[in-house]
Structure formats: C-alpha cells, structure tokens
Design a protein around this ligand. Structure first.
Ligand SMILES: *[C@@H]1O[C@H](CO)[C@@H](O)[C@H](O)[C@H]1NC(C)=O
Ligand SMILES: *[C@@H]1O[C@H](CO)[C@@H](O)[C@H](O)[C@H]1NC(C)=O
Ligand SMILES: *[C@@H]1O[C@H](CO)[C@@H](O)[C@H](O)[C@H]1NC(C)=O
Ligand SMILES: *[C@@H]1O[C@H](CO)[C@@H](O)[C@H](O)[C@H]1NC(C)=O
Ligand SMILES: *[C@@H]1O[C@H](CO)[C@@H](O)[C@H](O)[C@H]1NC(C)=O
Length: 193
C-alpha cells in the first residue's frame, strides 16, 4: 500500500467514525453545534398585551366548531376538538380601556389535547397598526399550553418583519378559567431582515 493510499484509507476511517459517533444510542437526537454563519439579520424586541375575550356581547374570540356531542359551556370552554377564531386587540399597556391599541392578532386556535393538560394549537398573524412597524406582522404557529408562563414560536413575518424567526414569552396576567377570558403579556424576540 502506498503512502497516499494509506492516507486516503485513514481519512475515510475518520469520516466514518465521525458519522457513527453523531448517532447517540437510544435517543432521537444527535449532538448540536454552533454554526458561525455571517448574518445581516436584525433583532427586535416587542412588548405588548394580548386580550382574548370569549365573554360578553362583543367577544373577540368565537367558537366555530366542536366535535358532535361535545358540550362547550362556562367552566368547559376548550374541550378537545373545539376550534375558535379570534380578532384580538394588542395594546401597549395591560388595561384595554385606557391603553393604546397598537395592533391585532387574527387567527384561530384549536384545543388539541385529549388529556387533562389543556393545550391549544395557535395559528395567527399579529399585525401592528402604529409606529415603526405599522402594517408589518409576525406569524405565530405553535403549541400553546394553558399555563401561566409559556413560549410560542414566531415562524415568519411580513413587511419590516420579512423572514422573521423568533419566539414570544407569554405571561397570563389575567385568566378566567370559567369563561376563558385572558390577558397575556407578550415579550417577543424577533430576528428579521
Ligand atoms: C351528531 O350526534 C347526534 C346525536 O348523537 C346524531 O344524531 C347525529 O347524526 C350526529 N351528527 C353527525 C354529523 O355525526
Ligand atoms: C373596561 O371597560 C368596561 C366597559 O366599559 C368595564 O366593564 C371594565 O370594568 C373596564 N375595565 C377596567 C380594567 O377598567
Ligand atoms: C398606519 O398605516 C396606515 C396605512 O398606511 C395608515 O393609514 C395609518 O394612518 C397608519 N397609522 C399610524 C398610527 O401611523
Ligand atoms: C370569571 O367568569 C365568570 C363567568 O363569566 C364570572 O362569574 C366571574 O366573576 C369571573 N371572574 C373574575 C375574577 O372576573
Ligand atoms: C423580554 O425578553 C428579553 C429577551 O428575551 C429580556 O431581556 C427582557 O428582560 C424581557 N422583558 C420582560 C419584561 O420580560
């Protein structure tokens, strides 16, 4: 075997052993590493409040579908399979009455847990209607567990938020489990063009 051949075989052995070692036995993931890619993306923080009102004469979120035979009522507003469509105001401060409306979240959520861990699938476009990001929006698509503090994924955006990726930390500052009304503090971190 020539020196060159030996080197090639050695290099192949390295490649193969690397390929094998990244598959960890008994788990569904391999190791994660940092990729140092150049980027010109911007990072923007947003802080606002999200008002989801199911009760009253003018609800911002309405039931549009439920499984046949399932009862949706006070105290049980989100049984498995229930689907709501919403047009929820976004405000700068926590109080809807006195705070400036800076946008709206329009979309739908469905109750997607068969268990006692009430969970929604949230699919919505959050558009801003004032200031720097007037007319721009972020697209949210995520599992949304009904816990006080949670995180949802931002998967895209429009306008100044083109190519957006990020996350929103949600903190339920008001939640009425009887009628489903909620006010969520949203702290978004967005990477975009
Ligand atoms: C809904 O449930 C009722 C009562 O069980 C039944 O009569 C009806 O056929 C069901 N409808 C559908 C579309 O399955
Ligand atoms: C906001 O206004 C509504 C209707 O006018 C009222 O019922 C409610 O108590 C007000 N909320 C706050 C926090 O002031
Ligand atoms: C937001 O943009 C719309 C459409 O361009 C415009 O009509 C509106 O006046 C703007 N609002 C604010 C608060 O800048
Ligand atoms: C929660 O909603 C129920 C039903 O609408 C209402 O009776 C109750 O007063 C509400 N609780 C709070 C803290 O607002
Ligand atoms: C919002 O999130 C940013 C970054 O994740 C963090 O630095 C900041 O403290 C958070 N602010 C609030 C009010 O939670």
């Amino acid at each position: 075997m020539s020196r060159m051949e030996a080197r090639i075989i050695f290099a192949w052995l390295l490649v193969l052993s690397n390929a094998i070692s990244t598959v960890v036995n008994g788990t569904y993931f391999s190791d994660s590493h940092i990729i140092n890619a150049p980027t010109t993306m911007k990072k923007t923080h947003l802080h606002f409040f999200f008002h989801d009102m199911l009760s009253g004469d003018n609800p911002s979120s309405v039931l549009v579908a439920k499984p046949n035979g399932t009862v949706v009522e006070e105290g049980n507003v989100g049984p498995f399979g229930a689907v709501y469509v919403f047009d929820d105001p976004l405000t700068e401060g926590a109080d809807l009455n006195s705070s400036e409306v800076i946008g709206n979240a329009r979309g739908l959520y469905a109750s997607t847990s068969r268990g006692s861990d009430l969970t929604l699938l949230l699919s919505a476009d959050f558009e801003f209607t004032s200031g720097e990001f007037n007319g721009s929006s972020i697209s949210v698509f995520s599992r949304d567990p009904l816990v006080v503090e949670k995180e949802v994924a931002v998967v895209g955006g429009r306008g100044k938020f083109r190519m957006a990726k990020g996350f929103i930390i949600l903190n339920a500052i008001y939640l009425n489990v009887t009628n489903g009304d909620a006010i969520l503090e949203c702290n978004a971190t967005i990477f975009h063009e």
